[in-house]
Structures are given as C-alpha cells and as structure tokens.
Design a protein around this ligand. Structure first.
Ligand code: 5GP
Length: 142
C-alpha cells in the first residue's frame, strides 16, 4: 500500500480536521486520541508522510521518538501515572487503523484497565482538559 493523503492524521496536519493538540515542532505533532483507551492517551506523529514504521527515514524517526519521549514525560506527570506504555501498530494485521505512522502514549496505573481500542469517543471538553494538563506541564519545562 502507498501513503494516502486523505487519511485523518494527514488532514489534522493540514488543519482540515480539529484535534486537541499538545505539542508541535518543525517535524512532529502530538494530540489527544479521540477514542482514548485510558485518560491521557496521546498520539505522536511525524509530519513526514509515512504510512508505517518501515516508511519513515531514520532522521524523521529520531525526531518522532524524541517528541514521544518528551510528551510521554509530560503525560506521566500530568496524569500521575505509575508507568507509560508506548504502542506502535504497523499494518492492518497488527491492528493499525489510521495509515499515517503514529506512536501511542498510554499512561498506566495499578488498577486502571484499558478501554477497547478505537471504540468510544471521549467528550470534547474532557479531551480539551486533558490536553491542557499536558500542555501546562510542557510549558513549565518539565
Ligand atoms: P491505530 O489503530 O492505527 O494504531 O490507532 C489509530 C488511533 O487513532 C486510534 O486509537 C483511534 O482512536 C485514533 N483516531 C482515529 N480517528 C481519529 C481522529 O479523527 N482524531 C484523533 N485525534 N484520533 C483518532
């Protein structure tokens, strides 16, 4: 399969669809997952048009994983998480549903289970509040 420019994350990058953004730089963007599996579920994408992990040049991969680390640190603090799980699904057989490469940041705490993958939309006000919490930590330079 080759990269399709009409996927939802490409449309978010172009500003054609809204997203609760938490971080952006020259190479990457991070925003809240619209169907979070756990509160604080955040996605990090490269701006480079890569369909999956195997499609991204190494330099862009470095930028993307550095942003993932930076945002994951902020998510961990914002949600007082005991741990952070990073997930990356490449290929439909692995469960990938949006074909623009992304890393999932999933805060984990004892006793809090995952909701089902890509199932229930969270209210916009909740996502806005969660994004604000993460942005506040980033703004504080943590
Ligand atoms: P994948 O299954 O490809 O690894 O994950 C795609 C993720 O994108 C899912 O967790 C799903 O909830 C999320 N998602 C799907 N459509 C949208 C959207 O329009 N906006 C946002 N913010 N997330 C989306």
């Amino acid at each position: 399969m080759s990269y399709r420019t009409d996927n939802v994350f490409a449309r978010i990058l172009r500003g054609e669809l809204p997203a609760h953004r938490v971080y952006e730089d020259e190479h990457t963007l991070a925003f809240m997952d619209i169907m979070p599996q756990v509160d604080g579920h955040t996605l990090v994408i490269p701006k480079y048009p890569a369909e999956d992990l195997f499609d991204l040049p190494a330099e862009h991969l470095r930028h993307t994983i550095e942003t993932t680390q930076r945002v994951a640190r902020a998510v961990r603090e914002a949600f007082a998480a005991d741990g952070i799980m990073i997930a990356q699904l490449s290929g439909a057989a692995a469960g990938q549903t949006v074909f623009h490469l992304h890393f999932h940041i999933l805060p984990r705490s004892a006793g809090i289970d995952f909701r089902l993958h890509a199932r229930d939309m969270a209210p916009g006000a909740v996502l806005a509040e969660h994004a604000r919490r993460i942005r506040d930590v980033l703004a504080a330079g943590h």
